[in-house]
Design a protein around this ligand. Structure first.
Ligand code: ADP
Ligand code: MG
Length: 397
């Protein structure tokens, strides 16, 4: 039962004017009680340092960290009542699973009866489906089983906070997917406030209630997976979240009566003015098309701009494929389920619905228009969304 708050937290290693590093730069965020927050960003952006400050393994240079409104900056790690799970989960090799699970409890709760501890070990083992392994030593466990024991050791103490630092990075791809679902379910079940670090955007999207996207020590955006994907606060977030990468093209935005004219070289189109929040001067913009939002005109009418592309590579991924093409000398990526009759070197006409187009201010890189999901008043977007829903059914079917 803990609400975690970071207020203006900065961590500098060494002197800033003498080759020092600002690892975390003025980060403020709140994680509500029971919430699962993912810290997402590229390597070196300050995720681990942020987590270590929350856990009490590093002291902030500036700012305040509090648990339930009480500052913990000066509270030592062992007194913060947090449990951490790292990538390199170290189990005690000479102890069996049961002893590994119970070790922390025995050390911290000398007044607990061993019967109570045994009950607790059994309950946690059952939750993690490792009841059958209690007598095994770590050497006899697979990677996934070891990681389950490491999780069990964290849960068994019922800490105020769970802190995870890339806990699945050493596991193979399929086990990673299974384990992340399990961590998600487990966390919902025990309801303990959690912060989970990863550089993997897919993992972040699937596991987080909220995602804090970081770059260069700074918080770029804090939002639900859907907000971060559909309304990224800036170009960095838009590019970092989503796969394959968003297509980005420089262009201009000109107000023209009740529409905005967008010229991106590869295509030119109008957007209803209600869709864009921009000044009325000509503006340098960056236009973004998510590969998933581009459709072949022959299979679906989007009512948006059309782009002629020469295919270079069709990469099947099972039910869909990534189409890599070229348009007016620029690369373009699209995903499509209708690819079985396509040849590399063929031309296709791609199209995108106006409400799915992203626009960024080229100077500030801030978002001007996201991929609108909800009906907005006075734009008539709702009407288009109905057609989009029907199209999505065709696409899935
Ligand atoms: N103990 C340290 N001393 C000096 N620099 C550090 C230390 N820990 C981290 N850094 C630097 O701080 C930055 C952020 O590191 P880190 O928090 O580990 O990033 P991430 O976990 O996102 O990969 C990096 O530039 C890293 O080199
Ligand atoms: Mg790290």
């Amino acid at each position: 039962m803990t609400t975690l708050e970071l207020d203006g937290v900065t961590k500098t290693f060494g002197a800033p004017d003498a080759g020092g590093v600002v690892a975390v730069d003025d980060v403020s965020l709140t994680v509500d009680d029971g919430e699962f927050l993912v810290l997402l960003g590229p390597s070196g952006c300050g995720k681990t340092t942020t987590l270590r400050m929350i856990g009490g393994l590093e002291t902030p240079t500036e700012g305040v960290i509090s648990f339930d409104g009480t500052e913990v900056n000066e509270v030592k790690a062992r007194n913060r009542d947090v449990a951490m799970v790292f990538q390199n989960f170290a189990l005690y090799p000479h102890m069996n699973v049961s002893q590994n699970l119970g070790f922390g409890l025995r050390r911290e709760n000398e007044d607990r009866s061993s019967e109570e501890i045994i009950d607790r070990i059994e309950a946690v083992a059952e939750m993690l489906e490792i009841e059958g392994l209690l007598d095994n030593t770590p050497a006899a466990l697979s990677g996934g089983q070891k990681q389950r024991v490491a999780l069990g050791r964290a849960i068994i103490r019922e800490p105020r906070l769970f802190l995870f630092d890339e806990p699945l990075a050493n596991l193979d791809a399929s086990l990673r997917k299974t384990m992340r679902t399990e961590i998600d379910e487990l966390q919902s079940e025990v309801g303990i406030t959690s912060v989970y670090v990863t550089h993997n955007q897919e993992e972040a999207m699937s596991i987080g209630d909220k995602i804090a996207v970081m770059n260069d020590g700074r918080l770029q955006q804090l939002g639900t997976p859907s907000e971060v994907f559909n309304e990224p606060s800036n170009q960095f977030v838009a590019q970092f979240v989503g796969s394959p990468d968003m297509n980005l093209y420089e262009g201009t935005l000109t107000e023209n009566g009740d529409v905005y004219r967008v010229n991106v070289g590869i295509t030119e189109f109008d957007l209803p003015s209600g869709l864009v929040q921009a000044g009325d001067d000509v503006l340098d913009v960056v236009v973004g098309f998510r590969p998933q939002d581009l459709f072949q005109s022959r299979t679906r009418q989007t009512g948006g701009p059309k782009i002629e592309a020469d295919l270079r590579v069709v990469e099947p991924l099972g039910t869909e494929a990534i189409l890599y093409g070229e348009t007016e000398g620029r690369a373009i990526r699209a995903t499509d389920t209708q690819f079985h009759d396509l040849d590399e070197d063929q031309s296709v006409t791609l199209s995108i619905a106006p409400e799915h187009i992203y626009l960024f201010d080229a100077n500030t890189e801030e978002l001007l228009k996201g991929r609108l999901m909800t009906e907005r008043e006075d734009t008539g977007v709702g009407e288009v969304e109905v057609r989009d829903g029907a199209g999505a059914e065709v696409r899935d079917g």
